[in-house]
Design a protein around this ligand. Structure first.
Ligand code: EPS
Length: 415
């Protein structure tokens, strides 16, 4: 079982991640990991904080001479902003004499939509900072670090993952426009919103500018596409083993994500069955029967069918508004505008990168479940044996043999 836990406050000393269950013998590319952290920091609509941070992970345990040992992997990502927050975020009972930064006032006016009020009630905090520091989406840097390790494991078996932003506010890619894996991967990393259509992207930028000027925020949607996925990951036999459910949870738990779609998602509810289900044709494509469409997003019955896995995350607008909504002051219980904290106007491109990481992690977990082993060599043997079995199965029934190596290989691309 592959799992990870994170710790850390947004303006504390550092974020800490522990990844458990990685097999031994995987070559780790720390530059590729840091590149994922850099991608998460980008996107038009981010606030000033991103000019302070340059996220880099330090691997503390579980890797020796560049390869995983099978032991838990601990990673550390330092918060550069900590230097400005020591007077507010010190660990000791009293502020250390050499603590830098200014002492910030307590936060007592919960922001509607944020964890502020619910968290203060749950944990009994008077200063909402005790809630918001951990509820902050800064935590997702840790997830991207963990996801990058999962991604490197999957890449070894030809799985590649990309994403694109399809909606910002009321600006969206044309309805029913399918963005292929290759198109998503070809979007330049410096594209302001990592949208597959330049004109739509320009309108998205304008919508963010307008929201910023109005003291408002915008949400949107992104799609994560994973290609080279072998059939048979997940299962239909038990609710908690259905891979679509696991992917749904992995995306829903990203900050501000309010809905998840698999394949054409909610659109499937509005079409007749004849325009939803993907026909199965003779012949093979990358080792599995030909499917002319992939409305199912690569999952049928909670099991991968060999097509690309496609998952969409829908994000609500960020809840810190520069023109704040009505709220109350918890110290007086009287009406007061919600607190204003420095924040982003739109973070959908960042959420897309986090989405890639979460999808990578869940797919890697399901991959290990199916092809499991304690070392990469052991997993490779299991993977190849299954690939051979699938090849034979189709060959025995007179269909042409699959044209690629592996169950649904694809070339191993960059992690
Ligand atoms: C966040 C508020 C902002 C964001 C932050 C998430 O931080 P700050 O209050 O320091 O300006 O920039 O996101 C990150 C720091 C990050 O690394 O993604 C929030 O309240 O959730």
């Amino acid at each position: 079982m592959l799992r990870f836990l994170t710790a850390g406050e947004s303006h504390g000393q550092a974020l800490v991640v522990t990844v458990d269950g990685m097999p031994a013998g995987l070559q780790i590319d720390i530059d590729a990991l840091n590149e994922q952290l850099r991608r998460r920091q980008g996107g038009y609509g981010r606030g000033r904080r991103m000019t302070i941070e340059t996220d880099r992970a330090e691997i503390l345990t579980g890797v020796r001479r560049g390869r995983t040992t099978g032991a838990p992997i601990a990673l550390l990502i330092r918060n550069r902003d900590w230097i400005n927050w020591q007077q507010t975020m010190y660990v000791e009972a009293e502020a250390p004499e050499d603590a830098s930064g200014v002492r910030r006032a307590e936060v007592t006016r919960p922001r509607p939509g944020h964890a502020d009020l619910a968290g203060a009630i749950k944990y009994g905090h008077d200063d909402i900072r005790d809630v918001l520091e951990r509820a902050s989406a800064r935590e997702t840097a840790g997830r991207v670090a963990a996801g990058s390790l999962a991604r490197q494991l999957l890449a070894r078996f030809g799985v590649r993952i990309a994403s694109h932003v399809s909606v910002v506010g009321d600006v969206m890619l044309r309805e029913n426009r399918t963005v292929s894996f290759a198109q998503a991967q070809a979007i330049p990393e410096d594209a302001p919103l990592r949208c597959a259509d330049d004109d739509v992207q320009q309108r998205m930028v304008a919508a963010i500018d307008k929201a910023r000027d109005a003291g408002d925020t915008l949400g949107g949607a992104f799609e994560v596409i994973a290609t080279g996925i072998p059939p048979g990951l997940g299962s239909y036999v038990q609710w908690d083993r259905k891979l679509d459910g696991r992917l749904g949870q992995a995306l829903m738990c990203i900050h501000a994500i309010k809905a998840v779609g698999i394949g054409i998602g909610p659109e499937a509810a509005m079409r007749p069955g004849s325009r939803v289900h993907d026909e199965i044709l003779p012949g093979t494509d990358a080792g599995v029967p030909v499917r002319p469409t992939n409305n199912a997003g690569g999952l049928e019955g909670g099991v991968t069918n060999g097509e690309d896995v496609r998952v969409v995350g829908f994000m609500k607008p960020i809840s810190t508004l520069m023109k704040p909504l009505r709220s109350i002051d918890l110290t007086t219980m009287s009406e007061a505008p919600a607190a204003i904290e420095r924040s982003d106007v739109c973070a959908v491109p960042a959420a897309a990168v986090v989405g890639e990481a979460m999808v990578a992690f869940v797919l890697a977990d399901a991959f290990l479940e199916k092809f499991g082993g304690d070392s990469i060599e052991e997993i490779e043997r299991h993977y190849e044996a299954t690939a051979e079995q699938v090849r034979r199965r189709f060959a025995a029934r007179g269909t042409p043999p699959p044209h690629r190596a592996g169950v649904r290989g694809g070339d191993p691309g960059p992690a």
